[in-house]
Design a protein around this ligand. Structure first.
Ligand SMILES: Nc1ncnc2c1ncn2[C@@H]1O[C@H](COP(=O)(O)OP(=O)(O)OP(=O)(O)O)[C@@H](O)[C@H]1O
Length: 471
């Protein structure tokens, strides 16, 4: 629970109104950021931690109603307060039916907005307290509990949750270990939420997804003119995460040159923007994660030993889903609820045989693969229950004792080439395309895992996916 002031996101297409609200709310002690559209608000919410959104109801594009709908599906934990102008009160009321908490009518008195936000803040505080109490009770009783969006049920996950609570209070660097899709980012978010920095920003970076040449400036920022595209000064993610948490996913993908700079930033607690000589102090908790065996990379001189020791002060391992199968049923219920909200489907669950298939499959892509599988099944399902027929082929294939899959023999695939086209380049492209699509299919869209099957670097795979338009 945040000890600091609430983070408020103001959404209004009129600049003077945004400006006035920023001043007013800052003076009342809130942390304020403002954006001019519902689309921008969603982009901000995806990257930052926000407590309350104060949004105009009538705006071009997505608008207040669209925002209310998307927020209740994607960010149900964030409180939404609408602002309505003369003649749009009916819209504000409709937004409340779609999940908004309250509204204020424009023109409003200053105190009125502040008071409404204080009320929202109080409700938020009570809700968080309540959720924490329920979570502890459930953990205690061995039921299902959540920290943020992280669902906890099995014994290994309960043990992990207990460690998270202890570790969150301290500033130690944490290294989260686990296969792809196992929940490393969610665990990091939980750590952030449980600790004293929960009122600050949470910034995540997948180190494997950024071209090598841009990584340093992305992390540490750059000065205007530092390189050709640097048309203005820019803060890096370290500075953006000030007073909060910076999550470095796939830290093993960092090139050695950036590893050196990261180590210095961690040791000195300061960063130097590319092209600047002076360092800037930063107060950031860094949590790194990896699905690759960093220790082996250290032995192979691919990862700096000193950085490894610095990051791994507190290693936390998340076991793969196949080692905690008790989590599959509650995760499935949770995921289906989210899918119903997002896609407007009305799936109630799985029939007994389909659930058995989920519980016996090995889930190489872990929870992300489970999510993709359930979405695939939800789209194909006509009734209220998902049956084995709606589950993808690979789940049937890998099930011990399953019947041989029809059509495909499950072991081979064929590509046909025309004798009229003997281009090596085109043939090589087709083969690559086919192999990448199959690897992504097999891993439920999990790119890190697919890269391993393909024996490609994560970065090379991302380029190729973009090139071929697959994924
Ligand atoms: N315990 C959990 N409860 C609820 N959702 C979960 C849980 N674990 C994972 N998920 C969901 O599975 C998906 C993958 O999780 P996340 O992105 O945290 O994994 P990751 O280990 O960081 O993956 P990668 O290494 O590939 O980036 C997310 O959509 C996340 O919400």
């Amino acid at each position: 629970m945040s000890e600091g002031f609430s983070n408020v996101l103001v959404v209004d297409d009129e600049e003077p109104m945004r400006h006035m609200l920023e001043l007013l709310l800052r003076r009342a002690g809130f942390e304020v950021v403002s954006v001019e559209s519902g689309e921008q608000a969603l982009a901000h919410l995806a990257e930052h931690s926000v407590d309350v959104v104060l949004s105009d109801v009538r705006m071009p594009g997505l608008g207040g109603l669209g925002l209310a709908e998307r927020m209740s599906a994607e960010h149900p934990e964030v409180t939404l307060v609408m602002m309505s102008a003369f003649g749009t009160v009916d819209l504000a009321l409709e937004a409340m039916q779609r999940g908004a908490y309250d509204y204020v009518s424009k023109p409003f008195k200053r105190d009125e907005v502040v008071l409404t936000l204080r009320k929202a803040e109080e409700r938020l505080r009570l809700r968080r307290e309540n959720a924490q109490l329920r979570a502890r009770l459930a953990e205690f009783e061995g039921g299902v509990s959540v920290i943020g969006k992280l669902l906890i049920h099995s014994a290994p996950m309960r043990k992990l949750a207990a460690t998270l609570r202890k570790v969150a209070r301290f500033e130690t660097t944490v290294l989260i270990l686990g296969e792809s899709g196992v929940g490393k980012e969610l665990v990091c978010r939980a750590l952030h939420e449980l600790g004293p920095r929960s009122g600050g920003p949470f910034i995540a970076l997948n180190c494997g997804a950024i071209p090598e040449g841009l990584l340093e400036s992305e992390l540490f920022g750059h000065a205007k003119g530092a390189f050709t595209d640097a048309t203005r000064d820019k803060a890096g993610l370290f500075e953006a995460a000030e007073a909060g948490t910076l999550f470095l996913d796939e830290v093993g993908e960092l090139p050695v040159s950036v590893q050196v700079k990261l180590l210095r930033a961690l040791q000195e607690r300061e960063v130097r923007r590319v092209g600047e000589t002076d360092a800037r102090p930063v107060d950031v908790r860094v949590v790194a994660a990896t699905s690759r065996p960093l220790e082996e990379m250290v032995e192979a001189s691919e990862f700096r030993r000193d950085l490894f020791y610095r990051l791994a002060v507190m290693p936390l391992s998340i076991p793969p889903l196949r080692e905690r199968r008790e989590d599959i049923a509650p995760l499935t219920a949770d995921i289906l609820e989210a899918i119903n909200r997002r896609l407007g489907t009305t799936i109630e669950g799985l029939d007994a045989e389909a659930l058995r298939i989920l519980q016996t499959y090995d889930w190489p892509g872990n929870v992300r693969e489970l999510e993709n599988t359930l979405e695939h099944a939800a789209v194909l399902t006509e009734g209220a229950l998902i049956s084995p027929r709606s589950l993808p082929q690979r789940l049937h294939r890998e099930r011990p004792g399953a019947d041989a899959a029809p059509a495909d023999d499950g072991k081979h695939f064929h590509l046909e080439f025309s004798i009229d086209d003997l281009s090596v380049k085109r043939a090589a492209h087709r083969i690559e395309h086919e192999l990448i699509s199959r690897a992504l299919d097999q891993t439920g869209g999990n790119r890190t895992h697919a890269a391993k099957l393909l024996e490609l670097s994560h970065r090379a795979l991302l380029y190729k996916i973009k090139d071929y338009g697959v994924g």
